[in-house]
Design a protein around this ligand. Structure first.
Ligand code: ATP
Ligand code: MG
Length: 407
């Protein structure tokens, strides 16, 4: 029993000693902390003046931060405006090809009102363009691709530019449809002009060579060939004049001299100018138009040129014995003029194209024309904010209409 008491006492003493050691150890640490805190105050501002300095430093830091932030905001707004107004499409896609941004031009070009969140493939819908984007993602180098989209009547050029920060890419899309069209028109124009020049020049060459080889001395053949030379030269002169007119009108160099005009007087003066020409071809030329039609504001000599071109065609494409009628009537705020002939007519397939430059419905029948007369007429009428069109039945005749708004 005594031994158990001793053992208990020893155990108690050991536990007490451990607690005492823990207590002194903790106290030592606390003293160290207290000492540290005592020494710190000199690193903190000790008086009011230093506190004020600190506060003003913070305030100026805040002001400069605000300035930088508003500069950044206005820069952002400017960039957004540029992107919104840009006629080129801009798409930004992340590394997975998901569209993160699209400007309005891109939405228009790809006919997608809200492409955000869609994949590039869904938005672009063309395998060549998708391939260009894929190549850009793989190589991390700018790629370009041009494609024609016949279904959408578009010609697009795409640049895929890698985005170095986000691992995605920026797609820049340009619509080259108009540029392409102009190139085609220019090419066609040059080939048409040279074609039209070759025929009269070749016959002039043949005629002069024949004359040089002795025909000049022939009292019968000589004058006949000279007469044909004169005809060819006239045709070339007319063509040069028409080309000049057309280029002036198309480039807007021709200023219309607008003045109030009595519709009937316009028809009668055009008829007077062409009467002799029609009679020589065995055709009657008449005017049917009320005296009291409202006046139109128009360039008299230019509109007379339109009527002369139309009458010229009617004479050219109508057999002797027929009658060409010039009509004028009021329709929907405009005067509608018409030139009506009982001639050979125009095939339905050609009808929508006859106002194009150099277009002739049947080259073998076109009778030496260049195919420019109607396109000049169309430009003049459209410059008056009017409309020109034709109705025709092959073999039965044609009627050409144009409208000029009331003054
Ligand atoms: N009254 C018409 N009757 C039948 N075909 C016509 C008539 N007017 C025009 N065409 C057709 O339209 C084509 C184009 O006419 P346009 O006046 O532009 O050219 P052109 O008369 O051939 O040449 P240009 O007027 O330059 O001398 C003609 O070649 C012809 O095929
Ligand atoms: Mg003509």
């Amino acid at each position: 029993m005594n031994i158990a008491l001793w053992i208990g006492l020893v155990v108690f003493m050991l536990i007490a000693a451990w607690f005492a050691w823990r207590y002194f150890d903790l106290k030592k640490h606390l003293n160290q902390y207290a000492h540290l805190i005592h020494e710190q105050p000199e690193t903190f501002p000790a008086d009011v003046e230093e506190l004020e300095d600190l506060s003003s430093a913070i305030a100026s830091l805040r002001t400069s931060l605000n300035l930088q932030l508003s500069a950044l905001n206005s820069e952002n707004a400017r960039l957004a405006t540029v992107l919104e107004q840009l006629t080129d499409g801009v798409l930004i896609a992340d590394a997975n090809g998901q569209v993160q941004y699209a400007n309005p031009a891109a939405c228009r070009l790809f006919e997608n009102a809200n492409p955000i969140g869609d994949s590039i493939a869904e938005v672009v819908r063309n395998h060549q363009l998708i391939e260009a984007w894929r190549r850009c993602q793989q190589t991390r180098k700018t790629q370009s691709e041009s494609v024609e989209l016949p279904a959408r009547h578009q010609f697009l050029q795409l640049f895929a530019i890698p985005d170095t920060h986000a691992g995605g890419s920026l797609l820049l899309v340009q619509d080259l449809t108009r540029v392409r069209k102009l190139e085609t028109v220019r090419r066609d124009f040059i080939s048409n002009v040279s074609h039209e020049l070759r025929t009269p020049l070749a016959s002039l060459r043949a005629l002069t060579e024949t004359l040089q080889n002795g025909a000049l001395a022939d009292p019968e053949v000589g004058p006949r060939f000279l007469g044909r030379i004169a005809t060819e030269v006239d045709a070339l002169t007319q063509m040069a004049q028409e080309l000049l007119d057309l280029s002036r009108i198309e480039s807007g160099q021709v200023e219309l001299v607008l003045a109030p005009l009595v519709p009937r007087s316009l028809l009668t003066s055009a008829a007077d100018r062409m009467k002799m020409h029609a009679e020589r071809a065995g055709l009657k030329l008449t005017v049917t138009c009320p005296e009291d039609l409202p006046m139109v504001r128009a360039d008299r000599s230019r509109l007379e040129q339109v009527l002369v071109n139309l009458i010229h065609n009617s004479v050219k494409f109508t057999k002797a014995g027929g009658e060409i009628v010039l009509l004028g009537e009021a329709v929907d705020g405009s005067v509608r003029f018409a030139v009506k002939d009982p001639g050979i007519g125009i095939p339905a397939d050609d009808l929508p194209r006859i106002f194009e430059r150099f277009y002739k419905s049947d080259r073998s029948r076109a009778g030496g024309g260049t195919g420019l007369g109607l396109s000049i007429a169309r430009h003049i009428v459209e410059a008056h904010r009017g409309r020109i069109w034709a109705e025709s039945t092959e073999g039965r005749g044609s009627t050409f209409f144009f409208t000029i708004p009331f003054s």
